[in-house]
Design a protein around this ligand. Structure first.
Ligand SMILES: O=P(O)(O)OC[C@H]1O[C@@H](O)[C@H](O)[C@@H](O)[C@@H]1O
Length: 238
């Protein structure tokens, strides 16, 4: 890894800096197993569904994408729909309530290897940003004590306000690189989700690092990862 080729590093959050992809995964599992059971669907929900249809995408895109995989179409509803509403927004909000309950009861601790890389990048004078589909990203960064480390945070709320399409579209990553005045070729992207790796690849970034937290190295590479690691500290150089 030749860090001299890069000025800026863009990190996905859940599953890259903090183990919160796991929390999202459990919350989606709770939502959709319950919902499919309510509908009396023969086919249940599996962990693979998370990786295939939901991982890395903004909340309501994840709901729509999973429902489409089961040929279920629901009305969109409104963002302030009650969690009991049988709408895309209602289901997303139901899942969000579970996520927030777990976040507040269990807290979050950053991956130690990710903190080691952040410390290294700070010493090396690189700019760092978080690019997350999640509207909960600021709360997660606060809970992990990481928020002040980042020059720019592009989360689900920022993307919504600016009308930027979510991952797998590259727009949120490109926006972060622009905010830090760095050409995409001199910018590195770290992602654990197939949708996020595809976004980094599509955006023409200098290096897309796939972080394997369960998706599998082969699938991350096929989606466009140039390098795959299982711990961010692997990319600390002397
Ligand atoms: O926290 P929010 O706004 O509901 O966003 C949810 C999504 O946030 C992303 O960061 C996760 O990678 C997804 O898997 C998750 O579903």
């Amino acid at each position: 890894m030749d860090w001299d080729q890069y000025d800026t590093v863009l990190f996905d959050l859940d599953g890259v800096l903090t183990p919160t992809a796991e929390v999202h995964m459990r919350a989606w599992q709770q939502l959709f197993s319950g919902y499919l059971a309510e509908r009396g669907s023969a086919e249940g929900y599996s962990e693979q569904d998370y990786f295939d249809f939901i991982d890395g995408k903004p909340r309501y895109d994840g709901v729509r994408s999973f429902l489409a995989s089961r040929d279920i179409v629901l009305p969109e509803g409104e963002v302030d729909d009650d969690p009991d509403a049988e709408t895309v927004c209602g289901l997303g909000n139901r899942k969000n309530a579970v996520f927030n309950r777990v976040l507040s009861t269990e807290g979050v601790r950053a991956y130690p290897g990710s903190v080691v890389l952040l410390d290294f990048l700070e010493r090396a004078g690189k700019q760092v940003a978080v690019v997350s589909s999640s509207k909960n990203a600021p709360a997660v960064l606060d809970a992990a004590g990481l928020r002040s480390r980042f020059d720019v945070i592009v989360d689900g709320a920022v993307a919504h306000d600016l009308g930027l399409p979510g991952k797998p579209a590259p727009d949120t990553f490109v926006h972060a690189a622009e905010q830090l005045a760095t050409p995409v070729e001199r910018t590195v992207v770290f992602e654990d989700a197939l949708s996020g790796v595809a976004a980094g690849h599509e955006g023409g970034f200098g290096l897309v690092v796939g972080v394997d937290r369960g998706v599998g190295s082969d699938r991350l590479r096929a989606a466009g990862a140039d390098v795959v690691v299982s711990d961010l500290a692997e990319l600390v150089t002397r």
